[in-house]
Design a protein around this ligand. Structure first.
Ligand SMILES: [Zn+2]
Length: 331
């Protein structure tokens, strides 16, 4: 997971200017500007009904491309690269705060996934309505893959604070509700990369629980929630072919780490006396793989840091990742 923070002013300006594939016509509102007008009317209808009311006019799919571009074609939560605009059907617009209802994640799943959850730490209750003033609020949107959005996120929204079901400003609600999940687009948010790092291809909480317990548990909840990790070590095959249902995600991440390790290693083998052209080939590849535009870039960034800090450990991890890719459990 990487951060793609965007503030309200910038996002609204982007939507205002958005016109899909066609050029804006003089005297006519852009598609984005029209969507904002329709979204305001749709929100007024939700306000009157005190519940989510569906609106065809304010269909959020109309501005989905803008989020696909903003997130470089990647899922907000698992960093998987998808097709881009031509494959827009692969992406869901994810409502960070659910629009129709809120289900209790800890009661249904979280309790089993986080058995060491601190006693007395709040988790948020189920709600019969959703955040009905936010279905048409673009600050509540991200694009996500169907596994993260439909299968895993569903209508869950665990919080440690007080539910603000009639809130209208996610930046204010963040402080009051204290969501356990990290929202990668929130400009008010802690960047995901300050809360999560990767040990090899395994996502880990970055904060020390004794220093920043909230940050630590936000990372733990987010990792568990989206099944960001294999539930077995890399050298242990899963009991079923695809136990977590996300084996291809872990393998794609391992592929990226292997590509990065090859360039880090090649650079070292070439030495300082090698031709600048050949060195630059690998240097540019390292930069590309760690860049936010690349899939699984946080995993790569963590590995590049480790390579500098503890080469022996990094090489050991690389060996393990190669064994996993070559044998693995997906055969
Ligand atoms: Zn995803």
């Amino acid at each position: 997971m990487r951060g793609y923070p965007i503030d309200q002013t910038t996002l609204l300006a982007k939507i205002q200017a958005f016109n899909g594939k066609t050029k804006p016509k003089a005297g006519k509102p852009t598609k984005g500007a029209q969507w904002l007008v329709d979204a305001a009317a749709a929100t007024a209808a939700c306000q009157a009904a005190q519940d989510y009311v569906e609106s065809n006019a304010a269909d959020w799919g109309k501005i989905k491309d803008l989020f696909i571009d903003h997130q470089h074609g990647k899922c907000a939560y698992c960093e998987k690269l998808m097709e881009g605009r031509a494959g827009r059907g692969d992406y869901d617009i994810e409502h960070f705060r659910p629009k129709s209802q809120v289900k209790d994640w800890f009661a249904s799943t979280g309790g089993q996934l986080l058995p060491d959850w601190p006693t007395g730490q709040k988790t948020g209750a189920a709600q019969s309505t959703g955040y009905y003033l936010l279905p048409y609020e673009p600050l509540n949107y991200a694009v996500a893959c169907k596994t993260c959005n439909s299968n895993l996120k569903s209508d869950y929204f665990p919080i440690g604070g007080t539910a603000e079901m009639t809130g209208t400003d996610p930046s204010v609600m963040h402080g009051l509700e204290q969501p356990w999940l990290i929202f990668p687009l929130g400009s008010w948010e802690t960047l995901p990369e300050t809360l999560i790092f990767f040990d090899g291809i395994t996502a880990m909480p970055r904060p020390d629980p004794g220093v920043d317990a909230i940050g630590y548990w936000r990372a733990r909840v987010t990792i568990a929630f989206f099944h960001l990790n294999r539930n077995k070590p890399l050298d242990k095959p899963t009991e079923t072919k695809d136990e977590e249902g996300r084996e291809n995600l872990y393998r794609a991440r391992a592929d990226q780490l292997n590509n990065l390790a090859k360039s880090l290693d090649a650079l070292e083998l070439l030495g300082e006396s090698a031709s600048p052209v050949r060195r630059a080939m690998h240097e540019n590849e390292i930069i590309r793989l760690c860049d936010v535009k690349s899939p699984h870039s946080l995993c790569c960034r963590s590995f590049a840091e480790l390579w500098i800090k503890d080469k022996d450990k990094a090489v050991q991890i690389w060996e393990g990742v190669l064994r996993y890719l070559q044998v693995g459990s997906a055969s």
